[in-house]
Design a binder for this molecule. Sequence first.
Ligand SMILES: C[S@@+](CC[C@H](N)C(=O)[O-])C[C@H]1O[C@@H](n2cnc3c(N)ncnc32)[C@H](O)[C@@H]1O
Length: 393
Amino acid sequence: MTPAARVQTAIELLDAVIAAARTKGAPADRILADWFKANRFAGSKDRRAIRELVFAAIRACGPVPATGRAAMLRLAEVDSAIAPLFDGSNYGPARIADGEAVAEGGVAPAWLADRLAASEIAGREAEALLGRAPLDLRVNGLKADRATIKLPEAAQPTDAPHGLRLPPGTPVEQWDAYRDGLIEVQDTGSQIACLAVAAQPGETVIDLCAGGGGKTLALAAAMDNLGWLVASDTDRNRLSRLLPRAERAGATIAETRLLNPTREREALADLLGKADAVMVDAPCSGTGTWRRNPEARWRLDDAELARFVKIQAYLLDLAAELIRPGGRLVYVTCSLLDEEGATQFAAFLERHPGWQVATPPLPAGRPRADGTRLTPFQDGTDGFFIACAGRPC
Ligand SMILES: C[S@@+](CC[C@H](N)C(=O)[O-])C[C@H]1O[C@@H](n2cnc3c(N)ncnc32)[C@H](O)[C@@H]1O
């Protein structure tokens, strides 16, 4: 494909991404993967270039652009290599017309940028939300050790005790160490969130919103495969990915429980008041993960945010019921909005008098109200709010 044809293809893909963002349809990654599958004529260099263009254009636009072409013209404002490719050539985009509409720049739609600013995420902190994430690994302590593991490429240790960092795009999935379960792909912020649980061998630990089990596997390693580790979620698809991953990682103590939304207690009835620790890695707006899916900021609206805030409070209260006297609650969210983090946790403490804030020392992050906040700008991780409280004895 010519460079101009790649730009035109990226414009058409951006139209699909914009439409999907408006209707809460498929994420950009999925849209691109489907297109590449259906258009085999695009070689690996084309695919890489188109992908770069689409994501660079998404990052360059704050609010949802009207069209893919307007989004690409916005990218042309910040990348001088793009405008000359609007050359009217065969398969390329038409020439730029005088006064043609260009999408607006910025970090996010105005309402969301304002909410972030109210949570002290503005300026360079806000811009860093749209940077490119590195590729972080967690060395699986059940099978290997960070100090001695041999990998095909040199990796830098991160702040997390088992963490290693590689450049984005490193094909780790093809490495033997990955296939054999010696390493997991996991952001350093996620690894640090798991440290906050301080899970010990022999304990009863619940990962209440386990999803595909990224954090469950880290907890199993911390527990040295000793104890009872329950991984629950309401999403059957996500949870179904956990056990094959656990097998690869040699995490034998992970047990999954599929929950029925609004009737979660039923599947967890045998654990009420028994857990030494419960981690609530809550469903959230994901404002801390825009480095990975920047178009998520076009999908969020006030109603969706309110829905997250409500379910977070509900899950925190459910977790409290599962914890034994003297046990601990760890609340984690990959959002940097206070309503999903500091304010949410403060409301929990108000509803549960007697619970004591007790965040263990973490290797990165800064205090934020009763918890700790990690940000892409300060910590080079995804954005997280992490807070812990102990149930009174
Ligand atoms: C931030 S994700 C969890 C990511 C996961 N812990 C990991 O490390 O990969 C939030 C999860 O909460 C789950 N969830 C949503 N509502 C829930 C509920 N009522 N009970 C339990 N899990 C729920 C979602 O399905 C989603 O997998």
